[in-house]
Design a protein around this ligand. Sequence first.
Ligand code: SF4
Length: 364
Amino acid sequence: MHKEKVNLLGFSHESLVDFFQSIDQPSFRAPQLMKWIHQRGVIDFMQMTDFSLALRNQLSEIAEVKPPLVDECLLSPEGTKKYLIKLDSGSMIEMVKIPEKKRLTLCISSQAGCALQCTFCATGAQGFERNLSAAEIIGQLWLANFHDESSPPISNIVFMGMGEPLLNIEPVMASISLMQHQNAYGLSKRRITLSTSGIVPEINKLANKTDVSLAISLHAANNILRDEIVPINKKYPLEELLDACKNYLRNQSKRKTITIEYILIDGVNDSLNHAKDLVKILKGLSCKINLIPFNPFDGCHYLRSQESNIYKFKDFLIKKGLITTLRITRGDAIDGACGQLVGKLTKSVKGKNKKNSINLINTR
Ligand code: SF4
């Protein structure tokens, strides 16, 4: 009977050591294979010339290294590049490359769709399909580094694409271990940010599992409003969430701050009273605030805050001593908010419209 090949792309160092031991190979094969895959971008065993021919043949028979497929790619005028990625199951996910002055950040997905239904989010509006495997998560970084050879390597990772990473914790942790491993991508803990909408029990366990940066998708500073726009707040209210953040910091001796993400939506959460509430609830938490003007998408009735309100909000926080940055909105032209491209394509296919009506660049 035909046996399915095991995909080694998402295997951590420890799992690869076990794998090689199971085929009577020494453990040093694990770092050798990791370097081929994650540092040189080689996924064909026959090209791995420091393995004997017999081992290359054996690996080709029982295993594979299979990244997901780039289906479409969109480039914004500012250089942000958004990829639509097709998984084996047919599900679509997104990842975004964001060039900045001294870094190249990759925003990656941890789930296909999302169950949490935040009201301002295009992914939430599509519902949940499934969790991604470690191979599908690290596969996004592999694609970002090796699919487009002219691009420099990714320097920073943010888990801010589709899905809630803390609801898919084991594959997310396995992929983070590869991101950090010296024989893979070698990224430091400061260059990886896990962003959560507030899964309190998982935040409480997180300090024992990782030391990467943590970001909270807060978006509201009182429970009534947060219950409405980030519905997971009904289960894990603000007080519990902020306590969990403080615990995380307490257990990270050298980590100084948590990032608070706050999307500014016109007339919903962008008044000076909202800013005052925010100052009040963040008292005692070592944090920096990232303000993000809302990026409107089809079918959503919210609007981006007026520019004057955005600056009043920001200036008030700064005056109160909070480190605050305003994220320049990038990628409007390519449906920059997570989930928007998948949503548009899904509708296109269902409605039999032409995909190229949104100016897609096919990279295959
Ligand atoms: S904002 Fe994040 S957690 Fe909320 S629905 Fe969107 S993907 Fe899910």
